[in-house]
Design a protein around this ligand. Structure first.
Ligand SMILES: Nc1ncnc2c1ncn2[C@@H]1O[C@H](COP(=O)(O)OP(=O)(O)OP(=O)(O)O)[C@@H](O)[C@H]1O
Ligand SMILES: [Mg+2]
Length: 412
């Protein structure tokens, strides 16, 4: 029986927790058979940065990227391996460099989703470009910021059109705060967005391929407490809607590893943040949910390399917009249609079958790993490198408690 080797590259910045977790799980995985009976062996390597010839052949079948959003040399390497070598990318810079929060809002509005009213305002400060003064004098229209805000209604949020990590995000309650925030925005391009007030639940979902983990989020708490351990906190229909919207946006833009935020108020789901090129999967953020996130990352990467799934750089917007533009369909009908397209894109059925037939041992394997000394060492070292010394004991107990709860819930 022939055997095929695949290398999964990890393109990393400062993170060490989840990469070590992922590497440990891949080591434990063993060979995976494909439908033809061939055996696939999977290994990981950390991608290093060095000169590359554009015609070099990479060793990697798939790369999980956490760096290219700010480090451009490896980003250009990713583009090269995507275009020339069909390397599968989580995520592809082609999809994230050109598409960000703003593009996601536009697409979601066109698809009929309940994105709060949003306006893009011009730069506060002149651009650093010799042509700016002439161009602005000729074409920039004077505008009344107050009138724009009043039309949206207070309170509202001002936030960068391509933002992340709360940088430059502020809640605006009145004209004074509006002007202060706009003055502070400087050279950053900003959205003004209606605030969704009095929501019942903030749901944050982490999607990897066709897997979506819907979690209850509490943005007002410190990071280690933001994800609540809560089950069944959404009724079934709303839960399905949150999953559908996440899968839809990801399939639409070819995003494979993304975290999405929706505010749920009564029967309505309002998507507010749907583009994270490098979603937070830190052990100290996800805690209880960390094993599930690692399981999904492992299963989806293995599925892609073993089945030889082809990366897609093209978008298929017309098929989605055909549904969006139909007047005979209700919102619920459209969601159901989008779900079919998105499931189809991510091969949801084939993936489920692959997990059941080829990766049925993974749940047990992850369970054993979380109970192992190796995992506890990872937890200790992660806490020590994340928090100041006087907090180590507290956080070690805190995270051991949460992972212990995960183990007990698995045993039920
Ligand atoms: N329209 C809105 N209504 C209510 N709250 C909002 C709205 N927009 C943003 N927020 C609040 O501001 C926070 C940050 O906004 P947003 O998620 O858009 O920015 P971000 O920079 O992508 O943050 P992160 O990377 O943490 O997700 C949200 O988590 C939410 O608490
Ligand atoms: Mg956000």
């Amino acid at each position: 029986m022939s055997s095929v080797e695949h290398i999964i590259g990890l393109l990393l910045g400062t993170e060490d927790d989840w990469p070590r977790a992922f590497e440990a799980l891949v080591r434990r995985l063993g060979a995976v058979p494909d439908a033809a009976g061939r055996s696939h062996q999977i290994n990981t390597v950390r991608v290093t940065i060095e000169p590359f010839d554009l015609r070099d052949k990479p060793r990697h079948s798939l790369v999980i990227d956490r760096l290219a959003y700010w480090y451009y040399h490896p980003r250009e390497w990713l583009k090269k391996v995507a275009l020339m070598d069909d390397v599968y990318l989580l995520n592809s810079p082609f999809t994230f460099q050109s598409m960000e929060k703003h593009a996601a809002y536009c697409a979601m509005m066109r698809l009929g989703l309940k994105v709060p009213e949003t306006v893009l305002v011009p730069y506060k400060n002149p651009l650093d470009n010799a042509r700016y003064a002439y161009t602005a004098a000729r074409y920039n229209q004077p505008f009344d910021l107050d009138a724009t805000a009043e039309r949206l209604g207070y309170p509202l949020f001002m936030k960068p059109y391509d933002g992340g990590a709360w940088v430059g995000v502020s809640k605006i309650r009145d004209s004074r705060e509006l002007h202060d925030a706009y003055d502070a925005s400087g050279g950053r391009l900003m959205h003004l967005q209606q605030a969704v007030e009095g929501y019942d639940v903030f749901s944050r979902s982490l999607s990897i391929g066709p897997e979506t983990l819907v979690m209850k989020f509490r943005p007002e708490l410190p990071m280690h407490d933001r994800y609540a351990v809560a089950h069944n906190f959404l009724d079934e229909a709303i839960g399905t809607e949150v999953v559908t919207i996440s899968r839809l946006v990801n399939a639409f833009f070819r995003w494979e590893f993304n975290s999405c935020e929706s505010l749920v108020r009564g029967p309505d789901v309002f998507p507010i943040d749907y583009a994270n090129a490098c979603p937070d999967v830190a052990l100290t953020s996800l805690h209880y949910y960390f094993p599930a996130a690692m399981t999904a990352l492992l299963r989806w990467s293995v599925f892609c390399v073993v089945t030889g799934r082809k990366p897609r750089l093209d978008l298929d917007t017309a098929r989605y917009f055909e549904i969006a533009d139909r007047e005979d369909l209700s919102y619920a009908d459209k969601l159901a249609e989008y779900r079919r397209l998105a499931d189809d894109y991510f091969e949801a059925d084939r993936y489920a079958d692959f997990c059941a037939s080829r990766l049925s041992h993974v749940d047990e394997m992850v369970y054993d790993w979380v109970r192992s000394p190796e995992f506890d060492t990872l937890l200790l070292e992660t806490v020590r490198s994340t928090y100041p010394a006087h907090e180590h004991d507290h956080f070690i107990d805190h995270f051991r408690g949460l992972l212990g709860a995960w183990v007990r819930d698995r045993e039920r």
